[in-house]
Design a protein around this ligand. Structure first.
Ligand SMILES: O=C(O)CCC(=O)N[C@@H](CCC(=O)O)C(=O)O
Ligand SMILES: [Zn+2]
Length: 331
């Protein structure tokens, strides 16, 4: 295989499904699922995923730029890698999803919706991760980097979203995220149906959803904004030098979630509101019938505001910055 992205966009299985070069063996497992195994011994297993949302194309371009020289035998490979293009039909259609948001369906939540493309794909991706992690040696390090882009513009152009983790985050993982140019890290405080939650909760992987800029169609991305992320991935894959950290990412934690429950849901933010916009205590953020969402802490920052989500799903997160004074408002 020469070009994994073109192969996946073609919607067909490759004529040759495995091969090798001086540095690695590769095997195509299924549509959008490719394993690379280095010929030198390794103690790191890495899952790299993109296109869990089909309209988030910059990370797909970055991943393919890194993968192509590996398949051509032009770069050495250090870790065992599973590369995933999460939602190929949505990628072909240029849409976030076709029937249901795939990144809400992991950890078995696919069983709770009507069978469809995304429900089946969530199961297939869970199986692929199980197969990949099961082959890990006891001393192998497990990382999962799930690459996304945000729908809106943002005060932090690049940031990471960390799933709930019962273990402390490894220092080398946090250092890598900083070297990748992330300006902020957002820490979830509850489990969820995302791919990174699945890896972390079920397989103890150090995992992060990387948000790299704003979602744009293929060909419209300015990849120069993500040069640190590209170089940090090259360091991980090929053993090249990790970029120097110029500034440590700011840390935020989720204070509350805004959920859309009905057609009466109204979000009191305009289409121009950027991610990480700050709101003062007492601000009315959203209403859904009798339910009202207010800013509870002295200051909260909005992330992923989206009034158009399906009923029952997250329509936004409110964050507090670590270290900022928090004082709850009782309403
Ligand atoms: O910009 C948006 O509204 C969504 C961008 C996106 O796809 N973000 C991920 C974050 C996953 C997480 O919480 O770790 C998502 O919503 O699935
Ligand atoms: Zn996404």
């Amino acid at each position: 295989m020469q070009d994994f992205l073109q192969q996946t966009l073609s919607g067909t299985a490759p004529a040759v499904q495995k091969g090798e070069n001086a540095f690695l063996r590769w095997q195509w497992w299924d549509e959008g699922i490719l394993e690379l195994v280095p010929k030198t011994p390794t103690r790191q297993a890495l899952v790299l995923s993109a296109a869990i949302h089909g309209n988030e194309t910059a990370p797909v371009e970055i991943l393919n730029l890194l993968l192509t020289p590996l398949l051509a035998g032009e770069k050495p490979l250090l870790p065992r890698v599973l590369v995933l293009l999460g939602n190929p039909p949505a990628l072909r259609a240029g849409k976030r999803y076709l029937h249901y948001d795939l990144n809400r369906l992991f950890s078995g939540r696919w069983q709770q919706i009507v069978d469809g493309d995304e429900a089946r794909r969530a199961l297939r991706l869970e199986q692929a991760l199980e197969q990949f992690w099961q082959a890990c040696g006891a001393d192998e390090t497990r990382w999962h980097l799930d690459l996304h882009t945000a729908i809106r513009g943002s005060y932090h152009a690049r940031f990471g979203v960390m799933p709930l983790n019962s273990q402390p985050w490894p220092d080398d993982f946090l250092h890598w995220l900083a070297a990748a140019g992330l300006e902020a890290l957002v820490f979830h405080r509850a489990p969820g149906g995302t791919f990174t939650h699945f890896s972390c909760e079920h397989y103890g992987a150090a995992s992060c959803t990387l948000e790299l800029g704003k979602a744009l169609p293929f060909g419209e991305n300015d990849l120069s904004q993500f040069s640190a992320a590209y170089q940090a991935l090259a360091a991980l894959l090929y053993g090249e030098t990790l970029p120097v950290v110029h500034e440590s990412p700011r840390h935020y934690r989720v204070a509350q979630q805004i959920t859309r429950h009905s057609d009466r849901f109204v979000l009191h933010m305009g289409a121009e509101t950027l991610n990480f916009t700050a709101f003062p205590q007492g601000t009315l953020l959203a209403e859904d019938g009798d339910t009202r969402y207010y800013v509870q802490q002295a200051r909260e920052y909005v992330l992923f505001p989206n009034p158009s989500v399906a009923s029952g799903l997250r329509a936004g997160l409110m964050l507090v910055e670590e270290g900022e004074q928090t004082q709850a408002l009782s309403l």
